[in-house]
Design a protein around this ligand. Sequence first.
Ligand SMILES: *[C@@H]1O[C@H](CO)[C@@H](O)[C@H](O)[C@H]1NC(C)=O
Ligand SMILES: *[C@@H]1O[C@H](CO)[C@@H](O)[C@H](O)[C@H]1NC(C)=O
Ligand SMILES: *[C@@H]1O[C@H](CO)[C@@H](O)[C@H](O)[C@H]1NC(C)=O
Ligand SMILES: *[C@@H]1O[C@H](CO)[C@@H](O)[C@H](O)[C@H]1NC(C)=O
Ligand SMILES: *[C@@H]1O[C@H](CO)[C@@H](O)[C@H](O)[C@H]1NC(C)=O
Ligand SMILES: *[C@@H]1O[C@H](CO)[C@@H](O)[C@H](O)[C@H]1NC(C)=O
Ligand SMILES: *[C@@H]1O[C@H](CO)[C@@H](O)[C@H](O)[C@H]1NC(C)=O
Ligand SMILES: *[C@@H]1O[C@H](CO)[C@@H](O)[C@H](O)[C@H]1NC(C)=O
Ligand SMILES: *[C@@H]1O[C@H](CO)[C@@H](O)[C@H](O)[C@H]1NC(C)=O
Length: 829
Amino acid sequence: MASALLYRLLPLIFQITIFISPSCTQTEADGSISLGSSLTAQTGQTTAWFSPSGDFAFGFWPLETDGNYFLLAIWFDKIKNKTVVWYANGNQAVQAEATVELTTDGQLSLKDHDANEVWNVKPDSTVTYAAMLDSGNFVLASSDGSVRWQSFDNPSDTILPSQVLGSGKELRSRLMDTDYSSGRFELSIPSDGNLTFYPVDIVSGYKYDPYWSSGTSEKGSQLVFNESGTICLALPNNTVLINFTTGRIDSIGDFYQRGTLDPDGVFRQYIYPKNTTTSGGWTVVDFQPPDICRELTTATGSGACGFNSYCVSGGGNRSVDCECPPDYAFEDPSRKYKGCFPNFTARICGINESVTESMFELIEMINVDWPLSAYEHSSPIDVDQCKRKCLSDCNCDVAVYQDEGGNCWKKRLPLSNGKMGSYVDRKAFIKVPKVSKDSSEGGSRNKKRVIIIILPFLLGFLLLLCLGLLVRKKLRKQGILHGSQYDESRGKELDLPLFDISMIESATNVFSNDNKLGEGGFGPVYKGQLVDGQCIAVKRLSKDSVQGLDEFKNEVMLITKLQHRNLVRLLGCCIQQEERMLIYEYMPNKSLDTFIFDRTKGKLLNWQKRHDIIIGIARGLLYLHQDSRLRIIHRDLKAGNILLDKDMNPKISDFGTARIFRGDQNQENTRRVIGTYGYMSPEYAMGGIFSVKSDVFSFGVIVLEILSGKKNRTLYDAESSMTLLGHAWELWEEGRCLELLDEAMECPYPVSRVLRCVQVGLLCAQEGSKDRPTMAEVVLMLSNEGVALPQPKRPVFFSERTLTDRKWSSSEQNSCAVIESTATMFEGR
Ligand SMILES: *[C@@H]1O[C@H](CO)[C@@H](O)[C@H](O)[C@H]1NC(C)=O
Ligand SMILES: *[C@@H]1O[C@H](CO)[C@@H](O)[C@H](O)[C@H]1NC(C)=O
Ligand SMILES: *[C@@H]1O[C@H](CO)[C@@H](O)[C@H](O)[C@H]1NC(C)=O
Ligand SMILES: *[C@@H]1O[C@H](CO)[C@@H](O)[C@H](O)[C@H]1NC(C)=O
Ligand SMILES: *[C@@H]1O[C@H](CO)[C@@H](O)[C@H](O)[C@H]1NC(C)=O
Ligand SMILES: *[C@@H]1O[C@H](CO)[C@@H](O)[C@H](O)[C@H]1NC(C)=O
Ligand SMILES: *[C@@H]1O[C@H](CO)[C@@H](O)[C@H](O)[C@H]1NC(C)=O
Ligand SMILES: *[C@@H]1O[C@H](CO)[C@@H](O)[C@H](O)[C@H]1NC(C)=O
Ligand SMILES: *[C@@H]1O[C@H](CO)[C@@H](O)[C@H](O)[C@H]1NC(C)=O
């Protein structure tokens, strides 16, 4: 073994003695590492190259969460609490037997245990050695000592004394203290010199509006960490623009120092006493921004904490915490930033709401608000009226009240941007079930007495129950009661009201043809009216539709768990003998396609209605994708599956083909492609791959259909077989977007917002699924004019012929913007 190593090293030693100073052949003494050296990750052992002082190590860092996985990292090695300051493969930890090698041709290469390269550095000119320096900088250098690559130029989330974060560089926080994958925040110094902190969407990498910026505009500004212990934004000639360190630390040489963009989005400067006999770990000396809960504004998606939770920052260090409202639980208690969900059975609105609502009460929280998610605002009213309004409205999940001005907002889930702090001059009322409260309040003192009182009743009840069952059995024998025990338990398992078949038959006039609304994918749909006058839609699964049975169960399971204003509401189901039926709320205005593709009915939809419909669909879809407790891909989103209630609110329907994804699952492959041509994304139609992004594609098509009043499958030009998408793209490119709009839509409309919608539609329908925005981004883009939109790329199904005919011109792309600026006069309201 040793001789083999020597054999490998011999030529190197030879090489090095020729090209560089002899001192460099000493690997350990001065921290320099010769070409051909390598390290191998080993469980339970530290393999690393150390700096001469031993302060820093470069090598394999075993993950705190699972010691069998390693990062290629640099860490403070001398202190008790060893701390990682740089890592190469945060998103892709490697297992034991992984190696890092400084190759003989001067590259640094990390390979996993299967010898696949995970990460590498290829400096542009000859590297003759590497070194772990006492500053914490790992460098690759050439024989004249000039640095060819350094970790200081490629930081992760931390900067160290003497390190400079130059123009164009950035820090990206890690996800959790011990999860080094890319986190939710970024600090960068763009070339315009305005240092900014952004929230970043973990999945898409989308950058939201900054939550803090230095407001400086001197080009070439850089973040300098002076060894004397101050971090400042300075020009290359040492002119200080902003001094971030407010305090002075005496005898700074006695401390280790670092500045880290922490997982909570706060940049903190830390010190740690070098004298190990002194107690204490890393101490915060300064931090920026002052209060992240407050800084993260409405333009930043879910804010510092996930949906339905709220952000509290406290203590001298402004540590950030995410909390759940009462009776809500964390999606993932170990990852609190992911948000909360109601830990109680969802209400089903539409069925005797007065009864359901009487089972709920409001819990008050002061200095709390979720600035978004309001669907109704009243003012001025008093706090009791506000509470009553929310209690009596099934859709209301939270009421927020502001004493000044008597403002009352009714909000529904998902709640976003939640924050708590004395600066919030509002109180929130959270709607929770009464029952759960009562049972938790029943103190143990009363328990005994309760049992004594209850016991006789309980016995009586049991007796009655037995009697009931006996009677029931008899009746069943006589054929009076339909249904079997099996069906009943099934309904209970689904947690959904079961309708009796006779009730449905009388409601639909025994499924008469006059009551037939249409033919769905798996059977006919009938209109019906219950005895109490409520209108229903009954989807009757064809008996011979073997295939549909799974889809039926799927739909019931799914939709009972879902509740959103923009999803069609399931009132119950009916499972009896061969019959399987779903009972929905009735939508008097039928589906969206009956309006937008109809010349006369299309006139009923002005711009505002169309815009509201688009936003409504987007919200419903966002709920499916992200905000409900499940991640649901609809898979057959089309204008025909968007129903309209009497106020023309859109409701997504037909969940027969929907799929539930587990929390971390992002895409799935299927051999059975179900969907509708014209709405299917290319990767789904051709490869059977579906993800939330395939729904986003369908949404993009629907947006363009709503705006144009044309079906995507309509051909514009038979010769070139151009679809609506292709047509829209061509108009967009030529700056003639307004020509796309449905003539039935009345003028005037706010041109800039219309164009924004077209652009969002095109962004959603882009060919690459990664290029398409998430629904969260779509909602943001549609509801916030301040959010800058990226330029869309060419959509799919665009005829190749026209493509080659088309001229590329970047100046043309901006002509929409020209129209925008001349047309803003329409917008005043
Ligand atoms: C070690 O340092 C990490 C990172 O600063 C910190 O989260 C952890 O609490 C520290 N542990 C101890 C025992 O001080
Ligand atoms: C810096 O960026 C912020 C946020 O984008 C912006 O509001 C501010 O105007 C910028 N300042 C300068 C001087 O560019
Ligand atoms: C560090 O700060 C000291 C005084 O605070 C200053 O003299 C020195 O030039 C600074 N060094 C750098 C590299 O900015
Ligand atoms: C540093 O550079 C800036 C711009 O390049 C200039 O305005 C400033 O006067 C310089 N300061 C010093 C001390 O040279
Ligand atoms: C920054 O401010 C601190 C505290 O006032 C001071 O000690 C330090 O010298 C300043 N640094 C620079 C570079 O101005
Ligand atoms: C470390 O701190 C202890 C107690 O504060 C002190 O007695 C000791 O001299 C210090 N050691 C060094 C090397 O500074
Ligand atoms: C700030 O952090 C330091 C160490 O990280 C800790 O000792 C101190 O108690 C914290 N202060 C507050 C107010 O939380
Ligand atoms: C959620 O509710 C269940 C049943 O009521 C209870 O056992 C559980 O502790 C609750 N979870 C949280 C996090 O409150
Ligand atoms: C709803 O419940 C109330 C109270 O139990 C009852 O009076 C009313 O008749 C019910 N309405 C319907 C339509 O069932």
